[in-house]
Design a protein around this ligand. Structure first.
Ligand code: SF4
Length: 186
């Protein structure tokens, strides 16, 4: 068997195992931690139940039940940006953010910080693999705002060329469901 496939399978199993352990300690299911981790990185156009469904490939029913439970446990809140708006944005509470950033993700981040020179190359290879798999499954690409074709820099700030709205500095590092690869469009 191809060694890359074996390595990816092993890595996937290790991540699943670590996530199960983290979830058990918090009295949650692994899927709940996946939702918290996604929302921790999602921007204001992507913190919606439908985006969670798309990003994690889950059913609407699973996402809806999970959101109810996470809300009940005080890990997230629902908010609407306008009194007549129908879209409900999902916002992590301080406890939710803590749960999302801890555990195996924190350990992995610390490990990779010590491997910086080679991790750039690794990132680029994994990105190519991810794009290929997403295309094969016809999934939405999702991506980090500062590498999006619509991302516009204005002096010290940024703007989204798709919505016309200003973007805060911390938002350009977040995930977006409307993202389109700037490198592909060049
Ligand atoms: S620039 Fe792209 S990634 Fe950023 S908010 Fe706009 S559509 Fe989303």
């Amino acid at each position: 068997m191809n060694k890359t496939i074996l390595l990816l399978e092993r890595l996937g199993n290790l991540v699943q195992h670590a996530r199960r352990e983290d979830a058990k300690q918090l009295g949650l299911q692994p899927v709940h931690l996946q939702i918290l981790a996604y929302l921790h990185r999602a921007n204001r156009y992507s913190d919606l139940p439908i985006a969670v469904t798309e990003y994690l490939g889950l059913t609407r029913g699973t996402v809806s039940q999970s959101i109810k439970l996470l809300e009940h446990k005080g890990l997230l809140i629902k908010r609407v940006t306008h009194p007549h708006a129908r879209k409900q944005h999902l916002q992590l509470t301080a406890r939710g953010r803590e749960a999302a950033a801890a555990g195996w993700l924190h350990k992995m981040r610390t490990l990779l910080e010590h491997e910086q020179p080679s991790s750039d190359q690794l990132e680029s290879t994994l990105e190519t693999l991810l794009t290929t798999l997403q295309r094969a499954q016809h999934g939405k690409p999702f991506g980090v705002c500062n590498s999006c074709v619509f991302h516009q820099r204005h002096g010290n700030g940024s703007r989204c060329g798709l919505t016309g709205e200003r973007l805060h500095t911390d938002e350009i590092e977040l995930l977006c469901r409307e993202w389109q690869d700037a490198a592909q469009a060049a």
